[in-house]
Write a protein that binds this ligand. Structure first.
Ligand SMILES: *Cc1c(COP(=O)(O)O)cnc(C)c1O
Length: 367
């Protein structure tokens, strides 16, 4: 036994999450496309509600975020008693791991899955188990083949960050059907609003019909409220009860609740954001391919672009070139994709700047 003051052993196995860079060289007018933030900002109604929340800052917020759960329930046609809000969906993912994993329990996520899952599993004392992907896409059979007696949770981002790929709902249903009943399935729908494919669903009906499926959602992406930290989960009442027991009693701030309500009620703003992304996701993918880059087909608000494994056309060379031009994108080493960069869809002007820069990069490297 150590005589030193030490944390649980698994805590020191965690590599801290490294967020996207937020500045380039000094004094540059920076184009930040490294964290999948919306280029269109939050709903003006949400911003107004946030500004008005100032005179109530001395009060504790409603601990149950009742107004926000009511607004979410209305928009999605859900029962608000089956919802719990969190300080970002990151908090909820961590609470799920904390509540359901005992020491030695295993939790599965996929090869290039969102890194927060591994952190949440280790922080809870669980054992992370990685299921291989096929074509940078989650694969149900590969996940099922990793299931053991100790498996307690499966985390899937659908669509996934950083690959932008998704599992059709039929496959998600098959996964649920073939998983043992004692295994919880977490469907992280952080980018669900962006997906326009017909065979995609975020999982509302599956959650409603199950007592071991949890859907998590966020206001950080399409709703443009990343800084306010708002997420929510939809699950059966028994799971919601568990998460309510361990969350902070005031885990959402008052301004977050107020702005969140106005954001989710502003359907016109949401539709503008969906339309903008649909147009520019296609434009970016096509233009990147025309320059000669391989792009993983994405249904989200970012693209994964592949580069040569070494030399003047490598991902690190491209990243350096873009940074020098004041364009910040995301390196993918931490996701096991060292030869790829993830680029968030920006404003029209920003997207054109990225394409122009990458054209110059490519021409400079081959000439
Ligand atoms: C951005 C993101 C989230 C959202 O995290 P918040 O804590 O809600 O900001 C969750 N899951 C995935 C896959 C993401 O990319």
């Amino acid at each position: 036994m150590s005589s030193r003051f030490t944390p649980r052993p698994s805590i020191l196995d965690i590599s801290p999450y490294v967020p996207g860079k937020s500045s380039a060289g000094p004094g540059q007018n920076v184009i930040k496309l490294s964290s999948n933030e919306t280029p269109l900002g939050a709903s003006p109604k949400a911003i107004e509600a946030f500004l008005h929340a100032g005179d109530q800052l001395y009060r504790y917020p409603d601990g149950g975020a009742g107004a926000l759960r009511t607004a979410i329930a209305q928009v999605h046609g859900l029962n608000r008693d089956h919802l719990v809000c969190g300080a970002g969906s990151d908090e909820l993912l961590n609470l799920i791991a904390q509540a359901y994993l005992s020491a030695g329990d295993e939790a599965i996520y996929t090869e290039h899955g969102f890194l927060v899952y591994k952190i949440a599993i280790l922080a809870a004392g669980g054992i992370p188990v990685v299921a291989p992907e096929v074509d940078l896409t989650a694969n149900v059979d590969a996940i099922l083949s990793q299931v053991s007696d100790k498996t307690k949770l499966v985390f899937i981002a659908n669509p996934n960050n950083p690959t932008g790929t998704y599992l059709p709902m039929g496959e998600v249903r098959r996964l649920r059907d073939e998983l043992p009943d004692k295994v919880g399935l977490v469907l992280d729908g952080a980018y669900a609003e962006y997906v326009t494919r017909r065979d995609y669903e975020a999982g509302v009906e599956l959650v409603a019909a199950s007592d071991n499926v949890i859907m998590t959602r966020t206001f950080s992406k399409i709703y443009g409220l990343a800084s306010l930290r708002i997420g929510w989960a939809f699950a059966c009442p028994a799971i919601i009860d568990v998460l309510n027991r361990i969350r902070g009693p005031f885990n959402l701030s008052g301004p977050a609740i107020e702005a969140g309500v106005r954001a989710i009620e502003d359907e016109a703003h949401l539709n503008r954001c969906v339309a903008h992304n649909e147009e520019w996701l296609l434009w970016m993918s096509q233009n990147l391919e025309e320059i000669g880059f391989e792009v993983t087909p994405s249904v989200a608000n970012f693209v994964l672009v592949h580069f040569e494994h070494e030399g003047a056309l490598s991902a690190s060379a491209a990243d350096g070139f873009l940074l020098n031009e004041g364009i910040i994108v995301r390196r993918m080493e931490a996701y096991g994709l060292p030869h790829a960069l993830r680029i968030t869809i920006g404003t029209g002007e920003q997207n054109k700047a990225v394409i122009a820069a990458l054209k110059r990069f490519k021409e400079g490297a081959v000439s």
